[in-house]
Structures are given as C-alpha cells and as structure tokens.
Design a protein around this ligand. Structure first.
Ligand code: ZN
Ligand code: ZN
Length: 380
C-alpha cells in the first residue's frame, strides 16, 4: 500500500467526499491495520446519510459492517485476537471498554464507557480518522472486536455476517425459535430474509413473511429461503391471514422488523399466540404510537426489544456462511466502489428508479464499478 489511504468522509446530510489520509502507524500499544475487502450497508446508513441521526459525529468515515484482511497487527493485539497478517476478519461496530459492569456481564453493546466505534462515530480522543468501513483501510483499536472468517468465501457473501447475525440473534437467540415453531416475520429486507434462513435452520415448521406490493421480488426470495407463506400487506390483512394459515393457533414467535411503520407493531401483538413472544427490532424514528398494554397482559406476551447484534449472533452467522449450505448469493444485488457510496446508499434506500436492492456492498477495490450486477440476478 502507498503512504496514503483513500476514505469516504461524510461532512453533512447527503454530503460524502473522498479524502486522503496518512497511513496509520501501528505501534506496540496499538491494535492493527485492516485492508477493507467489503463493507455492508443497512438502513441506519441510509438514515445517517440523510442526516436524520444528527451531526454530532461529523465529519466521519461511515461504514459499520466491515470485512477485511489483517494487514498489520501489534504483537500484543495478535495474541489477544488470535490473528496474524493475512487473516480475514469481520469487525463489530462497537469498541467497548471491556471493563465496566455491562461489558463484564457480556452486554458490551450497551457499554457505558465506550471508546468509540467503527463507522458509528469517531473515538472522541482521536477525532476524525480511519475507523469506518467506507475506506481502503481501517485502524483497529486494541479493544475492537474481531471474528475470523474463512478467506475462500466471496467478499460480498462473507460480509453478510452482519445482516445474518441480526437474523440469528433476533429470531433464534431472542425470539427462541425452535423445532416445530410457527414464526411470523414482519418486513422482508435483508434482515427479514436472514431471519427466514435462521428460522429454517432452527427447525421452524411454518415461516410466514410479509412485505409491501413493491417487495414482490423480496417475498419471492423469502419463499426460496424457506418461507412457507408470504403476505402482501397492502392486499391482505396480516392478522387474518395468519389466523387462516395457522388454523387459529396464531404464531409462536413474531419478529417486527419494519422501518417507521407503526401498524405492524399492533399486528404483531394480534398475530402472536397466547404466551408467545414478540421481538421488536424495527425503529420508528421516535414516532408515537398507540400500544394496547391490555393485550400484552391478557395474552401474557413476552415482548423483547432487540438492540443490535452480539458476538454470539455473529459467531453463529459466520458458521452459517462458512457451511456453504445457505443460498446467500441470491440476496446480494449490488456492489459499488468507494467513489459511488452516495449512489450505493441511495440504491439501498430505493431512491434509484428500477433498482430493486436487497443486499448492497461497498468493495473499495472494485474501483467504482457502479452497481455491477451480482453473479446471480435471481430474486433481485
Ligand atoms: Zn448496519
Ligand atoms: Zn464497558
């Protein structure tokens, strides 16, 4: 690599520019340097791009789903992480303190003394730097959390550790989906589709996925991934369809993954069986809504808030990816280079006419390929 590193810097709403940074020097107390192979994009990148997450971290290098190759690593960090140069790793967003009560209890995603994050804000004492994944290289902090992934898997697939980790955690770890369960998944974006795969892998007997009329392609993919039924919520009543499909038993587990819409939360409470479990993971941008707490009490519903993904979710997701047994390739629709990040985010956001995006990855080395189609266009 040269003396400089190219990275995308967000400076304001819908403002992203490429800047050159000096190559970080990795000292003995440092973590390491990661060559970014790919970085995924999700709904929160869209919100951050639009400016709805505020500007207190700007300017910053976004990109919080990075995958790459260890280029350099200090001896100390190499021993702690169990990695060496040439290893491929997935990087978690949060850089926790690893010492507070929450970290020690394994709830490091809520660390009170967080050092910073990879793509979710700059470490305060270090300021603007190469922390986010929309860059050729990332500076790894000694407290960064890494997960090794087999080098042989295409980068666009390996980088799905993030959405798949969410699907595993939300459906299986938090939702408790197991053998013989009926699962209703509200929303069929990349995380909804990942939840279909995870539910199938966990042994669910009946998987029902929902989407809007414009999600026809994603619902077809959901069926290919193992959903037994799909519901177009604009044409059918979700709760009535679930009643019909289950013969009145309703769903054992409901995952509410839709962004911004509030009706699906009520649908989730109505579609779950007595004593069932509802996992909420679709953020509503602070919108107020009416919630029937009587329904939650009278049906003895277990209501779970799903904040983020943890190491267990990523580990299980990586095992699923490495198994090669899941048709993940079908979900990957777009690859963009570093120079086309704005276009990549707008494509995922559905702002680009005629582009039906599911999983979008930034691949810095693809040098601005501008949405080159995936190996398989099926289901896109
Ligand atoms: Zn994300
Ligand atoms: Zn902590």
């Amino acid at each position: 690599m040269g003396e400089t590193v190219r990275a995308a810097v967000q400076t304001g709403p819908r403002k992203i520019e490429i800047r050159e940074f000096p190559r970080p020097v990795i000292g003995p107390e440092d973590g390491g340097l990661l060559r970014v192979e790919a970085c995924g994009i999700c709904g929160s990148d869209v919100e951050q791009y639009k400016g709805s997450m505020g500007d207190r971290w700007l300017p910053m290098v976004p990109g919080h789903e990075p995958l790459g190759i260890i280029e350099e690593v200090s001896d100390r960090a190499a021993a702690r992480w169990g990695v060496q140069p040439g290893d491929r790793v997935a990087v978690e967003i949060l850089i926790p303190c690893r010492s507070c009560d929450l970290c020690l209890a394994g709830r490091y995603m809520s660390c009170a003394n967080r050092i910073g994050s990879h793509g979710g804000g700059n470490p305060p004492e270090r300021g603007l730097g190469l922390w986010g994944g929309f860059s050729e290289y990332i500076h790894l902090h000694p407290n960064s959390i890494l997960h090794k992934i087999n080098n042989d898997i295409p980068a666009e697939i390996a980088v799905m550790f993030n959405p798949l980790g969410a699907g595993v955690r939300w459906a299986v770890h938090l939702g408790g989906v197991g053998l013989g369960d009926t699962v209703l998944i509200l929303g069929c974006g990349q995380r909804g589709l990942a939840a279909v795969l995870a539910s199938r892998a966990a042994g669910a007997r009946c998987i029902i996925a929902t989407g809007l009329a414009r999600d026809a392609g994603k619902l077809a993919l959901a069926r290919e991934f193992g959903a037994h039924h799909t519901i177009n919520v604009e044409a059918e009543d979700t709760v009535e369809r679930v009643r019909e499909i289950t013969g009145g038993d309703m769903a054992d587990v409901v995952l509410e993954l839709t962004p911004m819409a509030t009706q699906p939360v009520t649908d989730a409470l109505n579609a779950v069986r007595w004593g069932g479990r509802v996992v909420l993971a679709g953020l509503k941008g602070g919108r107020p809504m009416e919630l029937s707490t009587d329904l939650i009490i009278n049906k003895a519903i277990n209501l779970v808030g799903a904040f983020s993904v943890d190491a267990r979710g990523y580990t299980d997701a990586i095992r699923m990816i490495e198994s090669g047994q899941f048709p993940l390739r079908q979900m990957h629709t777009h690859t963009f280079g570093l120079d086309d990040i704005a276009l990549a985010i707008e494509t995922l956001a559905g702002e680009v006419p005629d582009e039906d995006a599911v999983h979008v990855a930034i691949v810095p080395e693809s040098g601005g390929a501008g949405g080159r189609p995936p190996a398989s266009q099926q289901g896109a």
